[in-house]
Design a protein around this ligand. Structure first.
Ligand SMILES: NC(=O)N[C@@H](CC(=O)O)C(=O)O
Ligand SMILES: [Zn+2]
Ligand SMILES: [Zn+2]
Length: 347
């Protein structure tokens, strides 16, 4: 068993960096390991057009540590009011790489999201035409649908239909959490891919709910039962290029998580590649980490692979109990516990 693991510098195809004071921390954490990241647009107000994406991109670039070449790949937030010309302008900008569908009310800051997918069919048509991928938070919001079943219902009621109707549209099913989603993506045409988070590979709902309720494991889509975790591990380590790395690192201040009504989201960007390495190693599949983390996402988006490398060393370290987050603090996933791998820096 080797104690060093060198791989092409990875990219994160789904991250929340937030805004304002938080950026100096979230951007530093992400850029330590990732060359590029797909930047989620669920700010308040959201990133709705190329102009807003440009302004947000400038704030991210300004927050990079000295010497960093971290490249934020911007995303539009689709609303009922998004127009085909917003898509054309975004594509023409060169720095917007996708548009995100949040069903209204499905997750954090999704109040401005799309109320009926059919409302944006003209926009999806334009995205297919100009080659702008659709990123999907795939959960229905119907109150009568159990929170553990919302991803499966989204596949059956919406995603199947969208993929059939727009055969040339690239679709990324974001942060998949179920065996149903794995099977859907496997069976779908090559235009459909999926991101998988480190926390959905490492944990299931028992980790969140047995022996006490642990708010730092609460995210959306919610952790599922262990058979789904197993299916995600199979998919991530399979070598199938449709499945690639997207952390969904989504920090919320400590007080907003440790609350009677806690926010959804896990902070993993501080050690994301180390967390993935742990999950892959549990499967004896460390050799499959590089394609998952550093090849398949770039290939799917039609971007060049990175050329630099990073090295992980097997060297246990204790995750801090909290990290700075603007004027507040965030409790990282695995706070106070040991991680097996450490990113070698300054090499
Ligand atoms: N994943 C989460 O639990 N939360 C994300 C939103 C999202 O990705 O759905 C957030 O912005 O906090
Ligand atoms: Zn989401
Ligand atoms: Zn997310």
């Amino acid at each position: 068993m080797s104690d060093r693991l060198t791989l092409l510098r990875p990219d994160d195809w789904h991250i929340h960096l937030r805004d304002g004071e938080a950026l100096s921390h979230t951007v530093a954490d992400a850029s330590r390991q990732f060359a590029r990241a797909i930047i989620m647009p669920n700010l308040v107000p959201p990133v709705r057009n190329a102009e807003e994406a440009d302004a947000y991109r400038q704030r991210i670039l300004a927050a990079r540590p000295a010497g960093s070449r971290f490249d934020p790949l911007m995303v539009l937030y689709l609303t009922d009011a998004t127009r085909p010309q917003d898509v054309r302008q975004a594509k023409a900008s060169g720095f917007v790489h996708a548009a995100k569908l949040y069903p209204a009310g499905a997750t954090t800051n999704s109040a401005s999201g799309v109320t009926r997918i059919d409302n944006i069919f003209e926009v999806l048509e334009t995205m297919a035409e100009v080659g702008l991928p659709l990123l999907v938070h795939g959960e229905v919001t119907l109150p009568e649908i159990d929170v553990f079943d919302r991803e499966k219902h989204f596949i059956d009621e919406h995603l199947t239909r969208v993929v059939e109707r727009f055969p040339t549209l690239k679709v990324v099913f974001e942060h998949i959490t179920t065996r149903d989603a794995v099977q859907f993506v496997e069976a779908a045409p090559a235009t459909v891919g999926a991101t998988i988070t480190a926390h959905h590979l490492l944990y299931n709902r028992n980790h969140m709910l047995v022996g006490g309720i642990r708010p730092h494991f609460y995210c959306l889509p919610i952790l599922k039962r262990n058979v789904h975790q197993e299916a995600l591990l199979d998919a991530a380590t399979s070598g199938n290029p449709k499945f690639f790395l997207g952390t969904d690192s989504a920090p919320h201040a400590q007080h907003a998580k440790e609350s009677a009504c806690g926010c959804a989201g896990c902070y993993t960007a501080f050690a994301a590649i180390e967390l993935y390495a742990e999950a892959f190693e549990q499967r004896g599949a460390l050799d499959r980490l590089e394609p998952f983390a550093s090849h398949f996402g770039a290939d799917f988006y039609g971007l060049p692979r990175n050329t630099e490398q990073i090295t992980l060393v097997r060297e246990g370290w204790t995750v801090p109990s909290h990290l700075p987050f603007g004027e507040r603090q965030v409790v990282p996933l695995r706070a106070g516990e040991t991680l097996q791998w450490r990113l070698e820096t300054g090499a």
